[in-house]
Design a protein around this ligand. Structure first.
Ligand code: PLP
Length: 427
């Protein structure tokens, strides 16, 4: 009997059959994901053509980086794509947390209050804001913070938000993706409703959206529905897996000017910042991003459907609409989280031979287990899984530069779970 390539790579015939059966039911969803990729691909292309991207944009600069046409043009491409007046897109923004920290600290002054109307923000922002004591937090600089929890059903608590907005409230931060929480991610339409409500209460309130993992999942972005700033990481969706570093902030001219002054120095702003040799990757990655996001979404939908069939709680559900590329799966135990991560790691093109073990990382409160065999260190648009080791022992699965790779990764997680006796294939 012929042995399939999956079987040659460690997948049992029973797991292979199970996965094939799951996939049969997903074809209409995959077609919708492909349609979205097509729309977003054209959006990116249009922005590149309009701004006359040329070979000169890839040359790069050194030193101060004055008149860096590659950097300046890329910022125009991002601004056009996100329909904003301005954008800051830089390799000097070291990660998503850095981009968010720049956006917040540039636009909040001593005496101002920051509001999160959507519950707890992403773990690393706790130290940026000063929810957890940290040197150089916003709190240390006299910026206060207030948080309104989501309703038990995951919706916005409009009455509590109304009560929380005071004359001091300067900026509201909305996190689109759930991050390490078991709550739904918000659609762009939902974010738009919340922004309209906030601006109805206080027209001069600034709204920043943490857009990490959300880019190109829908046809619109939060900046299309009133956000003053949208912020994200280039080693997630918009870098398309090719950007080796970077972050972006797109928004109004006045917000972005302040961000540029905060990132470089007052008076200098956006005019300096040599792009060295990374520009080609930033452009090419942005060009690829819509189809890479589609591959990641297919992987997420496949994982949801497979783990639902295995009897685990998944968020979003296998049939639910998607607003980011993250799939969380409540695995219920430390052992199962580790087994899942072993599957993802074993599927990787890089470091497939290493075994994930839990460890503490800066910025996060609990030990974290991670699987990532990425070309770009820590890149989570590449196939990866991680999660803090705390109840309900949910693993967060994301990425996949190609759909076949995402499929293989999910298949190997099922294999690991089944082999370790942590999951049973349905009859
Ligand atoms: C990843 C992420 C961040 C932080 O990004 P880093 O690049 O890890 O610093 C912030 N918010 C959300 C929702 C994220 O997913």
């Amino acid at each position: 009997m012929e042995v399939s390539r999956y079987q040659q790579m460690g997948v049992s015939p029973a797991v292979e059959r199970f996965c094939a059966r799951i996939l049969e039911g997903l074809q209409p969803r995959f077609a919708a994901i492909d349609d979205m990729a097509e729309q977003n691909q054209l959006k990116v292309l249009q922005a590149m053509q309009k701004n006359r991207v040329s070979a000169a944009c890839f040359a790069g600069t050194t030193g101060y980086g004055h008149d860096d046409i590659g950097r300046d043009t890329l910022e125009k491409v991002y601004a056009d794509c996100f329909h904003t007046a301005a954008a800051l897109v830089r390799p000097h923004i070291t990660c998503g947390t850095h981009a968010l920290s720049v956006a917040l600290s540039a636009n909040l002054l001593p005496g101002d209050e920051l509001l999160s109307p959507v519950g707890k923000p992403y773990d690393t922002l706790e130290e940026v804001i000063g929810i957890r004591e940290s040197a150089c937090s916003l709190k240390e600089y006299g910026v206060t913070y207030r948080q309104v929890e989501l309703l038990p059903n995951g919706g916005f608590d409009y009455e509590a938000i109304r009560a929380a907005v005071t004359p001091k409230t300067r900026l509201a931060t909305i996190q689109r993706s759930k991050g390490y929480q078991m709550r739904p991610s918000f659609s762009v339409a939902q974010i738009g409703e919340l922004i309209a409500f906030l601006k109805g209460l206080k027209p001069d309130l600034l709204v920043m959206v943490d857009n990490c993992y959300g880019e190109f999942v829908e046809a619109a972005e939060p900046s299309d529905v009133g956000a003053d700033m949208v912020v994200g990481s280039l080693i997630k969706n918009p870098g398309g897996g090719l950007a080796p570093i970077g972050g972006y902030i797109c928004g109004t001219k006045s917000c972005i000017d302040r961000c540029a002054y905060r990132l470089s120095a007052p008076g200098i702003g956006q005019d300096v910042g040599a792009s060295l040799s990374v520009m080609t990757s930033l452009y090419q990655g942005f060009f690829m991003a819509p189809v890479v996001v589609a591959a990641a979404l297919k992987g997420a939908v496949f994982a949801a459907a497979a783990y639902e069939a295995l009897g685990f709680a998944v968020l979003p559900g296998g049939e639910e609409s998607r607003h980011d590329i993250i799939q969380s799966i409540e695995l219920g135990s430390k052992e199962a989280m580790i087994a899942f991560c072993k599957g993802i790691q074993a599927a990787a093109p890089v470091d497939s031979y290493v075994t994930p073990v839990p460890y503490p990382i800066p910025g996060y409160n609990d030990e974290v287990v991670m699987a990532a065999g990425a070309f770009v260190q820590g890149s989570s648009i590449e196939l990866s899984a991680d999660g803090p080791l705390r109840p309900p022992y949910a693993v967060y699965f994301q990425g996949g530069l190609t759909w076949p790779h995402a499929k293989f990764g999910v298949t190997l997680t099922v294999q690991q779970m089944v082999s370790a006796g942590l999951a049973r294939l349905p009859e």
